[in-house]
Write a protein of this length. Structure first.
Length: 276
């Protein structure tokens, strides 16, 4: 079970790119729209820009270890502005959050660092969905660390640039080489010139969808393409009828969106034959 962040717009504030990347990947893989700011000055500017867009701004994640008192001051400014007053605020703090910070406003929440995925899940879900939310605490939810035992050459076919960036970042941190395509037609052109160990194929895309591209690869309609290359469908449609259709088209496996990082890495690093 994951927080459903579909349609939610979230701003991450902090000066450490590694922490921002982790939060960015998490939000996007849970289906949300994520934006970043490296300091509180830029955060206020970006928050106002996002709040002025249709749908507004739903949540601001502020790393207090990076922003300190300026982060609290920025949160108070956000709470005081009319078009930002509806945005929830989630503080990330390396120490237990004092009640004064948690009580900044009714829509302010806090989660302690070092971050655990399940604690972040609960904090975001509580902020955006309300109520006392509890997710299962399972060790397997923690992403693997270090480099993959066998790095792979991967073609990621994804038309959403935010999703593509998050997925590519996760894979490259594990040592995989990743090329990207925005639709099935572009993927076929890339496959005509390059070989890959695996294709991650989004299903719903413009120009040519993933199912059509998969059928063409399997049928040998793509010159120089390996018709046996492993293909994993990435899709928000995961009911039995859809799964049957994907398998008929020739995919080897599928991963339902939004997905967790361990599930993505498990498929990428275990599908296909071992070397040797």
């Amino acid at each position: 079970m994951l927080p459903d962040l579909t349609g939610k717009r979230i701003l991450v504030v902090g000066d450490q790119s590694e922490c921002r990347d982790l939060l960015y990947e998490t939000v996007v893989l849970w289906g949300g729209e994520c934006h970043e700011a490296e300091n509180v000055v830029r955060a206020l500017e970006r928050a106002r820009e996002l709040a002025a867009q249709p749908g507004g701004l739903d949540l601001v994640l502020i790393d207090l270890n990076a922003c300190g008192a300026q982060g609290l001051a920025a949160a108070r400014k956000l709470a005081a502005e009319g078009n930002l007053a509806d945005a929830h605020i989630l503080f990330l703090n390396g120490e237990p959050c004092p009640s004064a910070e948690a009580g900044l406003q009714a829509r302010a929440f806090c989660v302690e660092k070092p971050l655990k995925v399940v604690d972040l899940q609960e904090a975001i879900a509580q902020a955006l969905c309300g109520g006392d939310v509890r997710f299962p605490r399972r060790a397997k939810q923690h992403p693997p660390t270090g480099l993959a035992h066998r790095p792979r050459r991967i073609l990621l076919v994804e038309d959403n640039p935010i999703n593509a960036r998050a997925t590519r970042t996760v894979l490259e941190k594990r040592g995989h080489q990743v090329a990207t395509a925005e639709n099935g037609r572009q993927a076929l052109r890339i496959l005509a010139d390059q070989s890959f160990d695996l294709i991650l194929m989004d299903v719903v895309m413009p120009e040519m969808d993933g199912t059509t591209a998969t059928r063409m690869i399997r049928a040998g309609a793509c010159p120089a393409c390996d018709p046996a290359v492993p293909i994993v469908a990435l899709t928000a449609h995961a009911d039995p009828q859809d799964r049957h259709g994907f398998m008929e088209a020739g995919v080897d496996d599928f991963l339902a969106k939004p997905f967790q990082v361990p599930d993505l890495l498990a498929i990428v690093e275990n599908i296909g034959p071992e070397e040797g």
